[in-house]
Design a protein around this ligand. Structure first.
Ligand SMILES: NC(=O)c1ccc[n+]([C@@H]2O[C@H](COP(=O)([O-])OP(=O)(O)OC[C@H]3O[C@@H](n4cnc5c(N)ncnc54)[C@H](O)[C@@H]3O)[C@@H](O)[C@H]2O)c1
Length: 438
């Protein structure tokens, strides 16, 4: 039975702020690598959460979490839940010193759930702040973080204007504190994300962006095959068919509120395409879409009242894009809002001279089908207990604790900004070729 005192995720009070000494002790700067950052890892290493040594007791590892939503605290929609992975990586050392979210009720709710479980020690002193500014007004040596975990909506970050400039505030307020930042990096102007990337680079910030599919072992196996056989990728063909029946957030269906399914969702596959085949020549991007007002665009099970959204802001049902990589290779993407039920149908194919690598269902049960020279049959590769979210979280913590480069950070901010640019190029190309609204 829990004692009432234990459940006390707090709202910051003036008294608390006074109690806290204002002497800030910055975390020690993370050691920089002497060589190139690690951009891949051996897929045969044991990465599963339950195959790790249990986290040893030790000094507190203080984390500020930004956003009390699904990505940080989990939901029925998918396997994401960063706080769960942080708990398993850090064990009793984890101390979440602050949870920043304007929705205080939601923040208190998630903290209450945590405080009713065996992870109580990580959350019992967590203070809820509505904004980063409020947190900064009370931060002191005891609450100065070792890392900030950002899972707020992308509309509030990735830019240089007030209200969108979280990275600037973080860098100014907590210099040298490593950052985890969710994808997509923004919803605003692409140019600004590159400015943010430069600013973070100048500051020397260690940043990991949440393109977690890069951490899948099957993806690492594909990278290994490409590298070991000196392959030049000739084509990447990505297919992302989502199940829409239970996508019940009205804003998700509204392009004026959310940047749309390519920038928000297919971004993972645009990112993988770049990871396998290199940079895209953005001037070559072409795209077509199927829109809601066309006969083939009618959907029968949309779980929200789409009539509440201006017709011009309703999302496309299908987007098909093609482009050239700088190497000359060709890329293509089909994204469709088409399936009912819950499971998505997703696949990405990579072709090179003599090779075909088909990555099927990377979200749920990743399987890799490999055809090599000299054999017409496909070899099937899969890894049990792979958890790319855990690998992503664990890698950043290892870099903070043991020095950058000791574990792979597979998506830097600048790299993620390039993926963001590709997704906008696709969206804009499809909007240029849209049939006019009736
Ligand atoms: N990598 C993945 O597979 C994956 C999965 C889910 C979500 N995401 C990403 O995570 C991010 C958040 O998505 P979500 O599903 O958790 O959304 P959500 O709507 O469930 O939660 C967002 C939370 O952020 C809060 N918030 C709003 N403005 C804020 C601000 N300025 N500062 C701090 N908090 C603020 C909201 O009140 C809400 O509690 C998005 O960028 C999304 O694309 C990634």
């Amino acid at each position: 039975m829990l004692v009432a005192r234990a459940i006390r995720p707090m709202l910051a009070t003036a008294a608390m702020r006074r109690a806290c000494t204002r002497t800030l002790c910055a975390s020690p700067r993370v050691m920089r690598p002497t060589s190139q950052p690690t951009l891949s890892f051996d897929p045969s290493v044991k990465t599963a959460m339950d195959k790790q040594e249990p986290p040893a007791p030790g000094a507190d590892f203080r984390v500020v979490i930004v956003g009390a939503g699904n990505i940080n605290f989990g939901s029925d929609e998918g396997p994401w839940n960063h706080s769960f992975r942080l708990e398993h990586k850090l064990g009793p050392r984890l101390k979440v010193v602050a949870l920043i979210d304007p929705d205080a009720e939601r923040a208190r709710r998630v903290l209450q759930t945590k405080c009713q479980s065996f992870v109580l020690s990580a959350y019992k002193d967590t203070v809820v702040y509505p904004t980063f500014k409020d947190y900064m007004a009370s931060v002191c040596a005891e609450t100065y973080p070792h890392a900030v975990w950002v899972g707020s909506p992308p509309a509030f970050r990735g830019g240089t204007e007030p209200g969108r400039n979280l990275e600037q505030l973080l860098t100014a307020g907590l210099p040298n504190v490593p950052l985890f930042i969710e994808k997509p990096v923004s919803t605003g102007a692409v140019d600004q994300t590159f400015e943010v990337a430069k600013m973070l680079e100048r500051n020397g910030s260690l940043v990991s962006v949440g393109y977690m599919l890069r951490y899948l072992k099957v993806v690492q196996k594909m990278k290994q095959i490409i590298a070991e056989n000196h392959l030049r990728v000739m084509a990447v063909n990505a297919r992302y068919i989502m199940a829409y029946e239970y996508t019940a957030k009205l804003d998700w269906w509204d392009k004026s509120k959310n940047p749309g399914p390519i920038v928000e969702q297919a971004t993972h596959f645009c990112d993988l395409a770049r990871y396998f085949a290199g940079e895209v020549d953005l001037s070559t991007v072409m795209a077509q879409s199927l829109e809601h007002y066309e006969p083939a665009g009618q959907l029968s099970k949309i779980p929200v009242d789409e009539s509440l959204i201006e017709p011009r802001n309703r999302i496309p049902r299908v987007t098909c894009a093609t482009w050239k990589f700088e190497s000359g290779a060709v890329g293509s993407l089909t994204h469709a809002v088409a399936l009912q039920g819950t499971d998505y149908s997703t696949q990405i194919d990579v072709y090179a001279d003599g090779y075909s690598m088909r990555l099927v269902d990377p979200y749920n049960a990743p399987m890799l089908y490999i055809r090599r020279p000299g054999d017409d049959h496909e070899e099937i590769v899969r890894y049990n207990d792979d958890d790319p979210f855990f690998s992503e979280v664990a890698s950043l913590i290892d870099c903070i604790e043991h020095g950058e480069g000791t574990s792979p950070i597979l998506s830097s901010y600048e790299d993620a900004a390039r993926t963001y640019a590709l997704t906008w190029a696709i969206r804009e190309a499809s909007e240029r070729t849209m049939r006019p609204l009736p």
